[in-house]
Design a protein around this ligand. Structure first.
Ligand code: AMP
Ligand code: MG
Length: 413
């Protein structure tokens, strides 16, 4: 029997993304509650930010026409703290001004207080010990946001800084995509939950905590359907329950084609499935398909992605394949982060026909160190590491070579 050719990571990803379409439903939430959500529509600013030309320094607002000579003396005619508006600046005068205060009409520069002196006994005069350039230390009205112009675009993942932009635009509420709903279950008769007693040969279900936390960090509504025994009927039953109210079902384990691997027949019976061999390490088997929501075809389907059981394999395949799929369902702009070049401080001399994703950490010298045990069962490699080196098939490298690095931080939000 000839084996089907393995897919490259890119082929698998392209195929997945060609199926995923953004959820159309949205909801209105307060700006403060919008962290980690995806903006459903472009939003415009209600105001100019800054609202008026204002000073970025404590100092004196001046007319540059009055300060062409070093040491010009000007009369301090007004005082403008932040939050108040001054009056027309007459020739020969300066305004004492504080950061954020509007520039008075007539002034065209600010001199910072460190460049000024108050002449002996002359509290109402200021000596300008620099020749200011027109516009200096002035923040222009609307240079940040302009009233009526787009402040944030649809598809933006809302981080703390976007919430701040929305607030400075005067927006109390935002329309965001509804959360993507994902159900997860974990196959394996050997699995137990922490806190339960382990039977001989038993292990704790670590994929549950890793994968549910991955889903939460992406802003999904995650449902935990627990541990499912290695039986066809139990797997089919779990799929039927999972399909009901979810956009996507993910599972771990049971995706090989051994007698104890029931994912393929179960999903095939409840919907449709492709079982892929992807030329990556860790990883390799990945199942992609869909599960009917009911016997009535009008009810549609939930997407299905079956990950391998080994803890590093399921984590890495989640980051490389499930995450971009979810991002596309969320309607997000950025799908897959591009690796960037970093210096390897280790040799990698054993070329593999698969695309390897090595767990590495940035060292104090700015290079990458390799975790010594790259086994797909050793999850401490991922917790020790800062990210992955994407090592294409057949590639070797030596200490000092540049390699393709993807930080975990770019893959977990
Ligand atoms: P499988 O993909 O079901 O053949 O499992 C491959 C390996 O991953 C086996 O050693 C399993 O015991 C282990 N494994 C499967 N599921 C989990 C899980 N949820 N947590 C930790 N290890 C698991
Ligand atoms: Mg198993």
């Amino acid at each position: 029997m000839t084996k089907p050719p393995m897919l490259t990571a890119q082929q698998a990803l392209d195929h997945l993304l060609s199926h995923a379409h953004a959820v159309s439903e949205w909801e209105m939430v307060t700006t403060q509650a919008a962290l980690g959500r995806v903006l459903a529509e472009d939003v415009s600013s209600l105001v100019d930010v800054p609202p008026l030309n204002n000073t970025s320094m404590d100092g004196y607002a001046v007319r540059t026409a009055d300060t062409q000579v070093l040491g010009s003396i000007l009369k301090i005619a007004q005082r403008i703290p932040a939050g108040s508006v001054g009056t027309q600046l007459e020739p020969g005068t300066a305004a004492r001004i504080f950061t954020g205060a509007p520039i008075p009409a007539g002034a065209d520069a600010v001199v910072m207080q460190e460049d000024c002196a108050i002449p002996e006994g002359q509290v109402e005069e200021v000596q300008v010990n620099t020749i200011p350039v027109a516009g200096q230390w002035i923040r222009r009205q609307g240079e940040d946001l302009t009233a009526g112009k787009t402040a944030l675009v649809a598809g933006t993942f809302l981080r703390p800084q976007e919430l701040g932009v929305a607030a400075s635009a005067g927006l109390t509420h935002l329309n965001v995509k509804r959360r993507v709903r994902v159900a997860a279950f974990f196959t394996g008769d050997e699995l137990a939950l922490p806190g339960e007693s382990l039977k001989p040969g038993g292990i704790y279900n670590s994929n549950r905590d890793t994968l549910l936390a991955c889903l939460k960090s992406l802003g999904c509504d995650a449902t935990d359907l627990g541990i499912i025994p290695d039986r066809l009927d139990a797997t089919r039953d779990a799929l039927r329950r999972a399909s009901k109210d979810h956009d996507l079902i993910i599972t771990s384990g049971g995706v090989s084609v051994g007698e104890e691997d029931h994912i393929k027949p179960a999903v095939t019976a409840e919907g449709r499935l492709d079982l892929w061999q992807i030329a990556i390490k860790p990883g390799k088997p990945l199942a992609f398909g869909a599960v009917r929501k009911s016997d009535d075809p009008a009810q549609g389907e939930a997407w299905f992605m079956g990950l391998p059981g080994n803890p590093v394999s399921s984590f890495v395949t989640f980051l490389l394949f499930v995450r971009p799929f979810i991002l596309k369902l969320q309607g997000r702009e950025m799908i897959a982060p591009q690796p960037y070049p970093m210096r390897a401080d280790f040799d990698w001399l054993k070329a593999d026909r698969r695309n390897e994703f090595l767990r590495v950490k940035i060292n104090p010298q700015g290079g990458l160190d390799l975790f010594p045990n790259q086994s797909s069962g050793v999850l401490t490699s991922a917790s020790w590491g800062d990210g992955l080196v994407d090592c294409p098939p057949g590639v070797t490298f030596k200490t000092g070579d540049l390699v393709k690095y993807i930080p975990f931080s770019a893959l977990l939000s």
